[in-house]
Design a protein around this ligand. Structure first.
Ligand code: ACO
Length: 357
């Protein structure tokens, strides 16, 4: 019996396949590397949603409309975000979206607007309205930072959104499928998935990667710092993965994207990557530990000038498309997800009042 459901197949999916032995991520018949090369976020969303989710033919235009409608809904609610973290604020705003099956596009547009508004409000900055005519990635980046991105920045952000859109039956996606299987609507499934993503074992790792780089400071200090951390029994942030036994394919896609931007700490990151790989090979010779997606996610989002406290909501804005696809796929099975548990408590006994309270 496994308490973490490791290796248990709880659903059949046509959406994504994570091959931990070969380091491949396949999204509906395409390798992630192919999609990241040239596809827009909207094209990848349409790929995932085809045949599962109902959405308008012109998805980019419909998504732009959805962002504008979301802003009209959220603007009066922004004062209530006072004192909330960015992820809590995003969850609060999305909980106001109607919970109806035909709301997929509205929900994805709302997730982008809610993400940007909640991050800005949590930083003490005024939230910004969407701009019609922009693509999803360009508009999210503009709303988030308060200034438009240049071509390289928008493309790098779009690659991030594509790399984060879906990844098998991770904890938040499983949560979305469980909620959808009860017949609750898509908004309920997405709000529940956000709750699962919020936990530090799932969506909260890229911030600590930057803390580690801050502590190391300069490339020449990397090797000594990493060796000392391993000797103290610490885990290196951004290394290792529950499923990948080789390099996480998202890491190289994101590393290449960081390389197209100015101002990233790429030289320091590469020195830490090399030092970490050497130290971990000595520390765990039989277990290949490589970098995971969080390592270069942290570098990419930092180079785009996105605040650390916003990393998890940005991830959620991308993954919402995957959660929606999985929720609809689960609903199509018409089957309630209801696993069994093994009872290990005491068996019926005589009532003894003094033992109960
Ligand atoms: N640094 C040092 N040692 C490590 C690391 C690491 N980053 N990762 C694993 N190990 C060691 C473990 O301590 C373990 O040693 P032990 O057997 O002596 O206890 C051994 O390698 C094997 O560990 P696994 O069983 O492969 O790792 P597990 O599946 O339990 O953990 C996890 C995976 C949580 C990601 C782990 O590698 C880790 O803590 N990494 C650092 C945090 C991090 O980067 N998290 C983001 C993950 S990516 C994502 O969630 C999207």
């Amino acid at each position: 019996m496994t308490t973490g459901l490791d290796g248990v197949i709880a659903a059949q999916t046509r959406l994504s396949h994570v091959d931990g032995e070969r380091g491949r991520l396949i999204l509906r018949g395409y390798e992630l590397e192919q999609l990241a090369r040239s596809w827009s976020f909207e094209e990848v969303v349409a790929l995932l949603w085809q045949g599962l989710v109902s959405y308008p033919h012109d998805l980019p235009a419909a998504l732009a409309q959805a962002r504008i409608a979301a802003w009209a809904r959220f603007a009066p609610l922004l004062p209530y975000l006072e004192g909330m973290s960015a992820i809590e604020g995003m969850r609060f705003l999305l909980a106001t979206v109607p919970d109806q099956p035909a709301e997929a596009t509205a929900l994805l547009g709302s997730a982008g607007v809610a993400m940007a508004a909640a991050i800005r409000q949590a930083q003490g900055q005024a939230a910004l309205a969407p701009e019609p005519g922009l693509g999803h990635a360009a508009d999210l980046l503009r709303m988030l930072r308060g200034r438009p991105g240049n071509t390289a920045e928008v493309r790098a952000f779009e690659i991030y959104l594509v790399a984060a859109v879906d990844h098998g039956l991770n904890a938040s996606t499983f949560t979305a499928r469980v909620v959808a299987s009860t017949g609750a609507g898509l908004a309920s499934a997405v709000v529940a998935a956000l709750g699962a993503l919020k936990g530090p074992l799932h969506g909260g790792a890229p911030g600590p990667v930057l803390d580690m780089l801050d502590a190391i400071g300069t490339a020449p200090a990397a090797e000594a710092w990493v060796d000392a951390a391993i000797a103290r029994g610490e885990r290196l942030m951004g290394f290792g993965h529950r499923i990948y036994r080789v390099r996480d394919p998202r890491a190289d896609v994101l590393k290449a994207a960081v390389g197209t931007l100015h101002g990233g700490r790429i030289a320091l990151a590469e020195a830490v990557e090399q030092a970490g790989l050497k130290a971990l090979a000595r520390h765990k010779p039989g277990r290949r530990l490589d970098i995971n997606t969080e390592f270069y996610t942290a570098l990419l989002l930092e180079a785009l000038d996105i605040p650390r406290a916003g990393f998890t909501p940005v991830f959620a804005a991308a993954r919402t498309a995957g959660w929606i696809a999985h929720a609809c796929e689960q609903q199509q099975t018409g089957r309630l997800l209801r696993p069994a548990s093994e009872y290990i408590g005491p068996w019926p006994q005589a009532y003894q009042p003094d033992k109960v309270l």
